[in-house]
Design a protein around this ligand. Structure first.
Ligand code: BTN
Length: 238
């Protein structure tokens, strides 16, 4: 994939900026990236806020042109989570992906991903990676969070971190483009498994408990419950 990166000092949300560029009718090709040193209105899943202090973390959105059906959007998020996990592992951080859109270190969130479908025929993959967040900032989030700085004791350059991540996004998105989730299933289960682990999934008021039975053809979670195998497309897993 040919990446074209555009950095902004301050932007409301890189995902929103990419969507706006489409609305204005700009010609946007696969590999186009909007990255921000500060987001004033970053968004996460379920319309949660994504907080990031200025000049501290990596916040960017990547456009991937694809004719893939809507059901393929979640598995592109999984490809991005695998890329982020491998980049962090290469730096000695024991990160692991967590279905459907996180990367965690020892139960603490280091990266969140928000993928959104845009017309014509493409997906915006928004990635928030905690790079130089301090422990105080992490504590202020109110949910378990960590950063590369907290894990390694060393600050990292944001654009170098992005470059390292792009090499792996190129690889994993390439796998996804060629084979869909089928191409990711084995590496995904290896890092996000094991099959049989106990899980509780919450989606709004609905709570389901069981064990991990595997992942379906689009990366949907298969939960083994006393009623049989249930297919879960979204939710918070613990
Ligand atoms: C989540 O964990 O709920 C997903 C968080 C996604 C945050 C990133 S930061 C870059 C991009 N722009 C946004 O407004 N959100 C995503």
């Amino acid at each position: 994939m040919d990446f074209q990166v555009e950095w902004f000092d301050k932007i409301a949300s890189t995902n929103a900026a990419m969507r706006d560029a489409f609305r204005r009718g700009e010609k946007i090709e696969s590999g186009r990236i909007i990255a921000a040193r500060e987001q004033t209105d970053g968004r996460g899943r379920q319309d949660r806020k994504w907080l990031s202090a200025p000049d501290t973390n990596l916040c960017f959105s990547l456009f991937v042109q694809t004719g893939a059906e809507l059901a393929s959007v979640p598995s592109l998020t999984l490809a991005a989570a695998l890329a982020t996990t491998e980049m962090l592992n290469a730096q000695g951080i024991a990160a692991a992906p967590k279905w459907p859109n996180d990367v965690l270190v020892d139960g603490k969130k280091i990266c969140g991903i928000l993928s959104e479908r845009v017309e014509p025929e493409g997906i915006i993959v928004g990635i928030g990676l905690n790079v130089n967040m301090s422990s105080e900032e992490a504590e202020a989030i109110g949910r378990p969070a960590t950063s590369m700085l907290i894990e390694t004791g060393t600050a990292s350059d944001l654009s170098k971190t992005l470059d390292a991540l792009l090499d792996l996004l190129d690889y994993w998105i390439g796998e996804w483009e060629q084979g869909g989730f089928a191409a990711l299933r084995e590496p995904w289960v290896l890092r996000a498994g094991p099959i049989g682990k106990p899980l509780t999934v919450r989606d709004g008021d609905i709570k389901k408990s069981g064990t991990l039975a595997g992942f379906g053809d689009h990366g949907e979670l298969l939960l083994k419950t006393k009623n049989g195998i249930e297919t879960i497309w979204s939710g918070d897993v613990s």
